[in-house]
Design a protein around this ligand. Structure first.
Ligand code: ZN
Length: 280
């Protein structure tokens, strides 16, 4: 349920569903819109709010999202259910890294508590990703720009040459190369910087890629927990036996990212627990 879309094929003018509902002319509301995903060819229409959903954009069944567009697969987020105003990205990332059950939430701004009474805090990566995908990359949530929290096809250019620190990423598995059991290299600087336990002889790695307009970023996700890696691998593959076919090819990872030494556009992180990753 995207809350924003583009008015033009060059994707320079953003249309926000909420704003369009309040101030748009009938002609504007009846117009065709473009998907937020830069390479998606879906033709979108504006849908007014109702008792079950807020105003949003939807792809026409006759011109749907392309296979690589996540909006075709991931659309179940409903902003009316969640307290977006009290979301704090730093707290959330910290919480994913720890054993604690629910993240600390900032209290909402002055005078807004009553409005947020029935809204739940965002506590899972799935919910937070849903929120970020349904807002324009330039919008601010909890004081931070959406694009500064999520690296996806919309913020790709911003991060292509320089990506570092705590972020959520969205990427895809490629083929069987995506799943690797690699031997720990004793003198590997890369491994030391990734905090892989020294005594561990093998570690599991998931290689992902994000491709936009012929350019690609590679992500190598290292797992401390081999069981978690296996579970995720099975979810991604499903019952497919063909090495290029996947049930759930999109993977979302929240981590502390670093450049793989000696490479370009290749970043890595360590996943410690299942709160940090999911596929769809
Ligand atoms: Zn799309």
């Amino acid at each position: 349920m995207p809350l924003s879309a583009y008015r033009d094929s060059d994707r320079t003018q953003t249309a926000f569903a909420k704003e369009l509902e309040l101030n748009g002319s009938p002609e504007e509301k009846a117009g065709r819109f473009y998907c937020q995903s830069p390479e998606c060819s879906a033709s979108m229409i504006f849908v007014v709010s109702s008792s079950s959903h807020c105003a949003h954009f939807r792809a026409l069944p006759s011109v749907p999202h392309t296979e690589n567009c996540v909006y075709g697969r991931f659309s179940e987020y409903d902003p009316n259910k969640f307290d977006e105003r009290s979301f704090d990205f730093k707290n959330f990332i910290q919480y994913l890294d720890q054993e604690q059950k629910t993240p600390n939430q900032q209290t909402a701004g002055c005078g807004s508590e009553g409005l947020n009474q029935n809204k739940k805090p965002l506590t899972t990566l799935h919910q937070v990703y849903g929120m970020l995908k349904n807002h324009d990359p330039k919008e601010r949530l909890g004081g931070q720009k959406v694009s500064s929290m999520l690296l996806d096809d919309r913020s790709f250019d911003e991060y292509y040459d320089h990506f570092y620190g705590s972020h959520i990423i969205e990427a895809k598995v490629i083929d069987r190369w995506s799943f690797a059991e690699e031997r720990t290299v004793p003198n590997g600087v890369q491994l030391n910087s990734l905090e892989i336990p020294e005594r561990q002889k093998y570690y599991s790695k998931l290689h992902l890629t994000l491709r936009v307009k012929g350019k690609a970023i590679i992500f190598s996700v290292c797992f401390k927990d081999a069981e978690l890696f296996e579970t995720l691998k099975n979810q991604i593959k499903g019952s497919n036996t063909d090495y290029k076919a996947f049930d759930k090819p999109f993977v979302v990872v929240a981590g502390n990212w670093k450049l793989v030494p000696g490479t370009h556009h290749h970043y890595t992180t360590v996943v410690k627990n299942k709160k940090q990753i999911f596929c769809f």
